[in-house]
Ligand binder design. Structure first.
Ligand code: FPP
Length: 246
């Protein structure tokens, strides 16, 4: 049986998040510049989007650019921003045909104007689609998201809109960038690194973690199937005992 055929279609993770890592090492292994790795990484992005829609994943969140990535050489940052614009343009027909809604988390205002405009227009064009929500984390950092969340809540306390003892987990969730999304069920990181790197710290509290040794530009549909099969073999207890689950 193929990997795809082994997948239990009634146990598909609702929210899959991916730390797409290894573009630079992939390029280096080919004797090429890092930007070449990112360019090839966009092919894996497309494959993963198409495969996720086919599998019925409701939310796919991709870590495309972190708040820390601004510290990379200007040449690489510029290449990434150009790639983002180019990919958005080329993938828009896919979003329309598969009814994929585009969403962004992160500090969109820190992006170059052209990228910002392109993103805003793609978000507007796809806003009524419901087949899958594709979220790109751009200029995103989970600590920055939490700081922003706490500032918003503190403002409400100051203006007597909420009292401190009514600040619950639900209230915090409602102020995150991901307010309209469920928690992450499966977090995948490629390239063999086993770190979270400031990604969705609140939202992965009960996520299953899957670390793939594959470098992102080599990541295929088969690798996604493998991650999902692995996820389906886990017992998610959410703090309960095995016996309580049955
Ligand atoms: C990590 O690899 C990857 C990134 C920082 C950028 C990810 C971007 C893409 C996959 C392409 C553009 C994305 C979209 C959504 C169009 P790395 O550079 O840290 O690799 P390394 O650890 O091997 O150096």
């Amino acid at each position: 049986m193929s990997l795809k055929e082994q997948i239990n279609t009634s146990k598909i993770p609702q929210h899959v998040a991916i730390i797409m890592d290894g573009n630079g090492r992939w390029a280096k292994s080919q004797g090429m510049m890092r930007a070449f790795g990112h360019e090839n990484g966009t092919k894996s992005v497309k494959t993963v989007i198409e495969t996720s829609v086919k599998l019925g994943i409701g939310y796919l969140t991709l870590y495309a650019f972190s708040t820390e990535n601004w510290k990379r050489p200007k040449l690489e940052v510029n290449a990434l921003m150009r790639l983002l614009v180019k990919s958005l343009r080329s993938e828009l027909p896919l979003f329309h045909s598969k009814k994929v809604r585009l969403n962004i988390i992160g500090d969109i205002n820190s992006l170059p104007d052209k990228a910002k405009r392109e993103l805003e227009s793609a978000i507007e064009e796809t806003k009524d689609y419901n087949e899958m929500v594709l979220t790109l984390a751009l200029s995103y950092g989970a600590r920055e998201e939490l700081v922003n969340t706490f500032q918003e809540i503190a403002d409400k306390v100051k203006n007597n809109l909420i009292s401190p003892h009514l600040i619950t987990e639900q209230v915090i969730k409602e102020h995150l960038y991901t307010k309209s999304m469920p928690d992450v069920d499966l977090l995948i990181r490629t390239s063999g690194e086993q770190r979270i790197s400031n990604f969705l710290l609140w939202q992965i509290a009960y996520a299953e973690l899957f670390f793939s040794p594959v470098l992102w530009p080599d990541f295929t549909a088969e690798h996604l199937y493998e991650a999902i099969l692995n996820y389906q073999q886990r017992e998610r207890r959410f703090g309960k005992t095995s016996e309580q689950l049955t």
